[in-house]
Write a protein that binds this ligand. Structure first.
Ligand SMILES: C[S@@+](CC[C@H](N)C(=O)[O-])C[C@H]1O[C@@H](n2cnc3c(N)ncnc32)[C@H](O)[C@@H]1O
Length: 249
């Protein structure tokens, strides 16, 4: 049997470089796959931005800022849900933090399968502090747990899907203000939440990439065959809290 063809953006000829995180932990989360190569026949395909793993330094700082905000319960009682989990880099990082559970939701089956392999290695190496799982489905199909949740987004899809996701969140958490927070990295469509009276922006700003992450970004982004994406030294991020209609001004 021949080897399965890798997605464009995951081969050396496409500028593929391994991030030091992958080298250190023997996992596979590197690469850059444009959204147009991630079609699976779903109505939301056209809104898929790309696959790209988060800079570890950005996620760690974003979560630290979230933990420093006024949480309704201790962090270990929240479920961390990565909408658009890709190969699971953010999930692996989050599982080292005190969460109740880490769940990844990924539309593309190849990426979800890679995330599962990474999780298996990670758990076997004893690195996960909490249970973790990935589901291969559209973000809008996800059924939320009954406990407080952190929904993490690394700009996975464009405005139409984000708007629908936010509507679904509001429905799922109706009557439970404060129990859902959104951590939005590379928050290109932040206005969807910012201009919405049911949500409070708890924090917003630029998070600087570590020198290692910045170098890894340059290595891969300077080698893109079609130069589609730009490297930046900071990631614009927001933290939003669902406050519900009761506090509407
Ligand atoms: C920028 S990557 C983020 C990867 C990961 N969250 C991280 O931080 O390392 C965005 C991912 O979202 C996925 N995605 C896009 N639209 C989706 C949808 N409607 N439902 C679930 N996943 C989706 C893409 O396939 C891609 O893997």
């Amino acid at each position: 049997m021949g080897r399965k063809k890798r997605l464009p953006g995951l081969t050396v000829k496409d500028g593929y470089m391994r991030h030091p995180f992958d080298v250190e932990h023997k996992v596979e989360t590197s690469g850059l796959v444009s959204g147009r190569h991630l079609r699976v026949g779903h109505v939301h395909d056209k809104h898929n931005t790309a696959y790209y793993g988060i800079a570890p330094s950005v996620l760690i700082e974003l979560c630290a800022r979230w933990r420093a905000s006024r949480l309704v319960v201790p962090p270990e009682d929240y479920t961390f849900v990565d909408f658009g989990a890709g190969m699971g880099r953010a999930m692996l990082l989050a599982s080292r933090m005190p969460f109740r559970e880490v769940i990844g939701v990924e539309l593309h089956p190849d990426l979800a399968a890679t995330a599962q392999r990474n999780i298996d290695k990670w758990v076997a190496a004893g690195r996960a502090r909490c249970p973790m799982r990935v589901v291969c489905q559209d973000a809008l199909e996800f059924a939320y747990p009954k406990n407080p949740c952190v929904a993490y987004l690394f700009n996975p899809f464009r405005e139409p899907v984000l708007k629908s996701l936010v509507r679904r969140m509001e429905k799922s958490f109706a009557g439970r203000p404060g129990q859902l927070d959104v951590l939005y990295a590379n928050d290109e469509f932040r206005e969807v939440l910012w201009g919405n009276p049911r949500w409070e922006r708890v924090w917003g700003g630029e998070i600087a990439l570590s020198a290692e992450d910045d170098q890894a970004d340059m290595d891969i982004l300077n080698n893109q065959p079609d130069g589609e994406y730009a490297a930046t030294k900071e990631e614009p991020c927001s933290i939003f809290r669902f406050i519900g209609p009761s506090r509407r001004k």
